[in-house]
Design a protein around this ligand. Structure first.
Ligand code: ATP
Length: 211
């Protein structure tokens, strides 16, 4: 049987429970066979990360050791040039020609999808799973997405790409920005990210300043 593979990109500067907990819930809800975490090299839409690529990889390795079925994927770091999602998806599609690929993103990112490089091809290469956070207002679903919408998880296995599924997950109010701000001002970050990652941050003197 074909597999269902989730793909989740970000800067992970640093990785935290706002990433890990919703993804673990999603892994169970979708019955995903694998969740690939893909740190971006040069985020096209935002400032460069504070930690180096290697440091972000090291932190992810520490964090993911506690998450069976999660895999660190460094292909965007190994490629030169910006981390365009469509290039990453082409490469995953080549590697997994018969599986359902699910690109996971928040509803805010999804609303802006039509501004992404070659966005229509993105939907020809993968499904998109849109995370809505419980407790937040129901976001208006964009009109252009109507033709792609499915409302149950099994649909994602019926074909390999081109569906959009909204999933409501428990809300975890943590951001990397907040963590970096706290670290730069000497505040406690316990419980916001794995202890092993906090130890690594302290040992390497990361995020001592906010710039
Ligand atoms: P920053 O605060 O530096 O902008 P971030 O915490 O949003 O970073 P990223 O690495 O940029 O983390 O995020 C990767 C992905 O994780 C994005 O799609 C983002 O929407 C999502 N994400 C981040 N924090 C949360 C959270 N608390 N709950 C759900 N999704 C989240």
């Amino acid at each position: 049987m074909s597999r269902l593979i989730c793909l989740f990109g970000g800067t992970f500067d640093p990785v935290h429970y706002g990433h890990l907990k919703p993804l673990k819930e999603l892994q169970h809800r979708l019955g995903a066979d694998a969740v690939h975490i893909i740190p971006a090299a040069l985020p096209p839409h935002r400032p460069a990360p504070q930690a180096s690529s290697q440091q972000r990889v090291n932190m992810l390795e520490l964090a993911l050791s506690e998450y069976p079925g999660f895999f660190l994927d460094t292909r965007e770091l190994e490629r030169s040039g910006p981390s365009w999602t469509v290039l990453t998806l082409r490469s995953f599609r080549q590697q997994y020609p018969d599986d359902s690929l699910c690109l996971v993103m928040g509803s805010d990112a999804f609303a802006g999808l039509p501004t992404w490089y070659h966005w229509q091809e993105i939907l020809q290469l993968a499904h998109v799973v849109v995370i809505e956070r419980a407790g937040t207002e129901v976001v208006t679903r964009p009109d252009w997405a109507t033709d792609y919408l499915v409302d149950d998880v099994t649909s994602l296995r019926h074909r390999k790409c081109s569906s959009v599924l909204y999933v409501r997950l428990k809300r975890v109010d943590i951001s990397a920005t907040e963590i970096r701000k706290r670290l730069a001002t000497g505040q406690d970050v316990t419980g916001m990210l794995p202890d092993e990652v906090i130890t690594y941050i302290n040992q390497n003197g990361l995020y001592q300043t906010t710039t």
